[in-house]
Design a protein. Sequence first.
Length: 238
Amino acid sequence: MKKRIIAWLKRQVREAGAKGIVLGLSGGVDSAVAASLAKEAVGKSRVLGLVLPCHSHAQDLKDASLVARKLGIKLKVIDLSKIYDNITGILPKANSLSRANIKPRLRMMVLYYFANQLNYLVCGTGNKSELMVGYFTKHGDGATDLLPIGALLKRQVRALAQELGVPENIIAKPPTAGLWPGQTDEGEMGVTYNELDDILERLLNKRKQVAPQAKLKKITSMVKSSEHKRQGPKICYL
């Protein structure tokens, strides 16, 4: 698995005529795994990790910095909190999700700024579990050139993290998109990643489900309603 992903990353960068890879480091396991794979593919001098706090938890910066130091990759920290405050300050009042989704869209804007400047490709950190249920922000963390772990369920990402030597505290850290204080992926989805992975794996392999009906219905509904997120803009062909 690791060798195949690394070879794929090498090929994508070479075929694009790019000089390297830039990615956001959140302090979580997904970005740590993606950064580790990127380093193996193109070398530490050609990987740039960006930490883009936006009213984020201080521990996330510490964990992201730990990953960058361990890998020996370049790291830049750009605080987007004031920019976020300025934008939300001039916009009409909206619900918490509308405001929160501005954060990943700001981050992706900065990632592409550096990608354009350096002739790098933007590496996303989404995994298959998130992609299948649409647990990502359209044109935010979902906007990327490469998704090296996009075919891996969350438990596969954690297993790969062990193989790559990602620090244990980062592997065990509760996943969060950092959208608001105290927010966690599992809390927002109402299902653990272990439960989610089991449901999705059974859906993919057409096996009998064993999860409670309420959770199964919730997940299948998320898969269906998020289909538009996994497609490009629809064109009216004439």
